[in-house]
Write a protein that binds this ligand. Structure first.
Ligand code: MF3
Ligand code: CO
Length: 252
């Protein structure tokens, strides 16, 4: 069942999203060789508390951290840890902010120190595929229109897009209907209507889209060990077009 949001509710989600965008802007300043993802995780939890918000992921289905921190070949659901990030690494930080019961979800990839041209391209293609998907998030289009544009752009650049994790509706719960695959055919799936709020969150791999799950039963990593990137926004579908709930402004 898809839960439609009123404009007031979308306004509440926007407030959660503004805090989340601020967190990502702060993380961008912190990322450098020598920092650990656990330091970032602690920063996020404290920062959210200061802003009167809660890290929704902590305690969700037994997950223990405020953020997911997925380094290099990790696709998603990486655990923050005490290992230092190294020059040339890529790390995706994902989190869900709860402000007064309303949620916003956004992941962002960061290059650590000096990154290779290949990593830069992976990040640029992944981020661009997200924004192309967002352009399709308009009243009257179908889910498949989003899926298709993301997949075609990614594959035309020689990369692959993960099948096993999808975007989702979001509101007072982290995962609501509908699912939003990042691969598929235009004109397929449910029709988008005003008041739907969805995440679009392509995970893009340099090599195969196939993955394996670590023994910790959470962390997904690429089967071939090649790198993966992710960008995610929460999007409201309105009569004025897509509204990016977690917009970071200039950082596109
Ligand atoms: N933020 C993730 C998403 O985009 C969910 C993380 S799973 C959790 O769906 F358990 F860590 F919360
Ligand atoms: Co997320």
């Amino acid at each position: 069942m898809i839960i439609i949001k009123t404009s007031e509710e979308i306004g509440m989600m926007k407030k959660a999203g503004e805090i989340l965008a601020d967190v990502h802007r702060e993380i961008k300043k912190m990322i450098k060789p020598g920092i650990t993802t656990m330091e970032i995780d602690r920063f996020v939890e404290d920062y959210l508390a200061e802003r009167g918000a809660i890290a929704e992921q902590k305690g969700y289905q037994g997950y223990k951290y405020a953020t997911c921190a997925s380094v290099n070949d990790e696709i998603c659901h990486g655990f923050p840890n005490e290992e230092v990030l190294k020059d040339g690494d890529i790390v995706a930080i994902d989190m869900v902010v709860n402000l007064d019961g309303w949620l916003a979800d956004s992941a962002w990839s960061y290059g650590v120190g000096n990154i290779s041209d290949e990593v830069k391209k992976l990040m640029d293609v992944t981020r661009k595929s997200l924004y192309l998907g967002i352009e399709q998030a308009v009243v009257g289009n179908r889910i498949g229109d989003i899926s298709h544009v993301v997949q075609s752009y990614v594959e035309s650049n020689g990369f692959s897009v993960v099948r096993d994790f999808v975007g989702h509706g979001i509101g007072k719960s982290m995962h609501e209907d509908p699912q939003v695959p990042h691969y598929g055919s235009p004109g397929r799936g449910i029709r988008l209507s005003e008041g739907m709020v969805l995440t679009i969150e392509p995970m893009v791999n340099i090599g195969t889209y196939k993955l394996k799950i670590d023994d910790n039963e959470w962390t997904a990593r690429t089967l071939d060990g090649k790198l993966s990137a992710q960008y995610e926004h929460t999007i409201a579908i309105t009569s004025d077009g897509p509204v990016i709930i977690t917009d970071q402004g200039e950082d596109r």
